[in-house]
Ligand binder design. Structure first.
Ligand SMILES: *Cc1c(COP(=O)(O)O)cnc(C)c1O
Length: 380
């Protein structure tokens, strides 16, 4: 946690504003992350994945730093435009779009679209003529802590057909994209997808269509409880794979970091509402917080993302605790399979700091479930 965040939370407490959980995002950390990506992948353009944290201050900072934006809806496109990004710095990267939304995006000047099937190509050809499209291919997400499943992307064998149709319908068959799964802790996982991409480039060239771009997606991790490799290691590994599969004809590349850009920039302050046991024999304590799955911590689903938790009593003796949210839904348990060691001295009313929460928290709490309001957010 940064000193700026600590100071901000201190002031918030002094003013008596600490009545509910809040996320605080430090823009200086976002700036450092952007610069680290730019250094680790110097010839690659950054398209920040807006869904990770669409706070206007975050988008404005990134726009000023020269970032581009990957968006999934008209609202996100408008957020990126409002932050100062010109339309040529915005991709409509969702493979599942309404035709009327594509038409509106085209009116707004967006000319770069993701597809993963022929029906989507036909929509774009109808209402966004002449645009560039890239075809997303499936990736198994192995090694990722938050895999993105089979929802997006087509089998690599199908991609040439999709891109050839785009070309025939007057679109620019621009390239290939993939996503190796979010919180990908293995920098070598880009290699297989780059091999597939290079095969598609070759096959398309044989059909007289020259692709020029590979979108390397997101997946760059943020540090939670376990250590993760530095972004530099990802840059080196990706560059090695590009050389291996594309030789000296390395295509234009882009990345779409979300979590890796904002995750470690945010800290949530929450409060202990109740500490109890289920029976006299129970060896585990239950610690209930005023934040849970439905007001910000959805990524604790299946205990996939394990956030570091700090308290004012760190260093005291600890015991194993189940950690749960405040709502009346029994799935609103954060960590039970693998309980957390928390200080014995932790009390009802104590504050806890949940670190690494700058990504995928406010967006997942956009609806106030069970009367708990959406997570309040400050960007400083
Ligand atoms: C969510 C998403 C990202 C960001 O993924 P991270 O793992 O957070 O970096 C990038 N690209 C696309 C298409 C996405 O949907």
């Amino acid at each position: 946690m940064t000193e700026r965040i600590q100071q901000f939370l201190h002031n918030r407490r002094l003013q008596g504003l600490d009545q509910g959980p809040c996320l605080v995002v430090d823009l200086e950390v976002v700036r450092d992350n952007f610069n680290a990506f730019a250094t680790a992948l110097p010839d690659t353009r950054v398209f920040y994945a807006v869904k990770a944290n669409p706070a206007p201050e975050v988008l404005e900072l990134l726009a000023r730093l020269g970032s581009c934006f990957d968006t999934a809806s008209l609202v996100e496109i408008q957020q990126a435009l409002a932050a100062g990004a010109s339309p040529d710095r915005i991709s409509f990267g969702n493979t599942i779009k309404k035709e009327r939304d594509i038409a509106r995006a085209y009116e707004l000047g967006i000319r770069l679209y993701a597809v993963d099937c022929e029906a989507e190509v036909e929509k774009i050809a109808r209402v966004a003529p002449g645009s560039r499209v890239f075809c997303r291919i499936l990736c198994d997400g192995e090694g990722a802590e938050w895999p993105l499943s089979r929802k997006f992307g087509c089998a690599p064998e199908m991609a040439p057909r999709v891109l050839e149709l785009a070309h025939r319908l007057g679109l620019v068959a621009h390239g290939i994209s993939f996503h190796v799964g979010s919180q990908q802790r293995n920098p070598r996982m880009w290699d297989g997808a780059l091999k597939s991409a290079s095969g598609i480039f070759t096959e398309m060239a044989e059909r007289g269509i020259h692709l020029s771009m590979v979108n390397l997606g997101g997946g760059f991790p943020t540090k939670y409880l376990k250590d993760v490799p530095a972004v530099k290691a990802y840059g080196q590994s990706i560059f090695r794979s590009l050389r291996k599969h594309f030789g000296n004809r390395i295509p234009e590349t882009i990345i779409e970091p979300g979590r890796g850009m904002v995750g470690n920039a945010g800290v949530i302050e929450a409060e202990v509402v109740l500490i109890s046991k289920k029976s006299d024999q129970d060896t585990l304590k239950w610690v209930f917080l005023d934040i849970g799955k439905f007001n910000g911590l959805a990524e604790t689903m299946d205990e996939m993302i394990r956030y570091p938790i700090r308290t004012a009593f760190d260093g005291d003796e600890t015991e194993k605790c189940v950690i749960a949210g405040p709502t009346c839904d029994s799935v609103d348990v954060l960590y039970e399979k693998e309980p957390y060691a928390l200080p014995i001295s932790l009390e009802i009313g104590s504050k806890v700091l949940i670190e690494g929460t700058g990504a995928y928290t406010t967006t997942y709490s956009a609806v106030g479930f069970n009367g708990f309001p959406p997570l309040q957010s400050y960007v400083i």
